[in-house]
Design a protein around this ligand. Structure first.
Ligand code: CTP
Ligand SMILES: C[C@](O)(CO)[C@H](O)COP(=O)(O)O
Length: 376
């Protein structure tokens, strides 16, 4: 099976208001689209994630890893069709179609749709209508509607890829969703239990509800790290991945990058996954002289495998010399590259110990770090 997901994100969000379409607006600390994508990227069984963007927005979301982009159409239906057509000749067997505006979707709900597709050609989540239904006009109730057998449709809606592609090609008109298209082609659609938290952000008030849901689902972890390396012979030190000329070097089993070691330990600490020494024993000769990005990359990969995202990190170097300020930006850039993290989420700063203690006597350099990880 080769699974794809199409995230339609080419709408203009007119009902939601705001200066930019709703998918680009902030929600619980990141953009709406970032929440939606994070849920899909957390499902390993999805081979390709295609984001369908408005032509004016193409630069706002670059492709990465399994995530590709294409251009949408004038309507939701046209955007879905563009997405389906962009996936032909790729060997896709199953496709999930999802609104970017349903940012509270969980990886579990996505996996449930995929599992249900093992037994069905088309599957969609929905909630039975539980409120009474009226018809109204001019602020007056003018009739009532039997609610039995009525459902509120949600996404992701999952389909056999070839079947939904044919159905879209044959459909004339503007469908409410892809279930309508599937049914018009005679495909049976299996209903799965939806979830009240999987709301579609449509009006300004929905941002408040979605914010509450996402914050409630978040697990936030913090970790701290501390490391010291003594000075010895040498002509430079390596701090947070940057080589700085210095009258002495730092001694250690690896490259003695004290800042990166503290940061790596902070990440391990946040996950309760031990420390560098446990993952890369100093007794093991293969780590002699090793560059410390190996350790940091390992901690970052472990975080991803455990379903965590790195929210931010903060490193403090404690030394009299070398002066860190002129190199702090280069250090942040080096860490950003290794961690694949935005520069705005990485802090590197320094302090002296007022000439007190071992750092004050310039016998070595100490480093402290904290890291915050988030998992849904
Ligand atoms: N031409 C369009 C219109 C809609 N959508 C997407 O379809 C989903 C559901 O549509 P809706 O919630 O109605 O979003 P908008 O069309 O953006 O909102 P509005 O109708 O308020 O303008 C959204 O993820 C939206 O980005 C799309 O990809 N292409
Ligand atoms: C597909 C959908 O999310 C099902 O509820 C919904 O129909 C799309 O939103 P729109 O406002 O109808 O475009």
């Amino acid at each position: 099976m080769t699974n794809a997901a199409i995230i339609v994100a080419a709408g203009r969000g007119t009902r939601a208001g705001g200066d930019v379409p709703k998918q680009w607006q902030a929600l619980a600390g990141r953009r709406v689209i970032d929440w939606t994508l994070a849920a899909f990227e957390a499902v390993a069984e999805i081979d390709t994630i295609l984001v369908v963007l408005h032509r004016d927005d193409l630069g706002l979301f670059p492709a990465r890893g399994r995530v590709e982009t294409t251009t949408g159409g004038e309507t939701r239906g046209a955007s879905v069709r563009n997405g389906l057509e962009a996936l032909t000749d790729r060997g896709i067997t199953r496709v999930l179609i999802h609104d970017v505006a349903r940012a509270c979707i969980t990886p579990r709900a996505i996996s449930d749709i995929l599992t249900a597709l093992d037994a069905h050609t088309a599957v969609a989540p929905a909630l039975p209508v539980t409120d009474a239904l009226w018809r109204g006009a001019d602020g007056q109730v003018v009739g009532t509607q039997d609610r039995s057998g009525l459902y509120r449709a949600q996404t992701p809606q999952g389909f056999d890829y070839a079947a939904i592609l044919d159905a879209h090609r044959a459909y004339a008109g503007e469908p409410a969703d892809d279930v309508e298209v599937a049914r018009a082609a005679g495909l049976p659609v299996h209903i799965l239990d939806g979830d009240e938290t999987n709301l579609k952000i449509t009006t300004p008030g929905d941002f408040v509800r979605a914010d509450r849901i996402l914050r409630g689902q978040m697990e936030i972890r913090t970790g701290s790290g501390y490391d010291v390396h003594r000075f010895g012979p040498g002509d430079h030190v390596v701090l947070c991945g940057v080589a700085i000329p210095h009258a002495r070097g730092l001694q250690g089993h690896s490259d003695a990058d004290v800042g990166m070691h503290a940061l790596t330990d902070a990440l391990y600490g946040a996950m309760a996954e031990g420390d560098i020494g446990q993952h890369f024993p100093p007794s093991d000769p293969q780590w002699k002289g090793a560059e410390s990005h190996i350790f940091l990359r390992h901690a970052v990969e472990l975080a991803t495998r455990n379903g965590f995202e790195i929210s931010n990190v903060d490193v403090t170097l404690i030394c009299e010399h070398p002066k860190i300020g002129p190199h702090a930006t280069a250090m942040r850039n080096a860490l950003a590259g290794i961690m694949s993290l935005d520069l705005g989420r990485i802090s590197v700063k320094a302090t002296t110990s007022e000439r007190l203690g071992f750092t004050g006597r310039e016998e070595g350099i100490a480093a402290m770090a904290t890291a915050t990880l988030v998992r849904r």
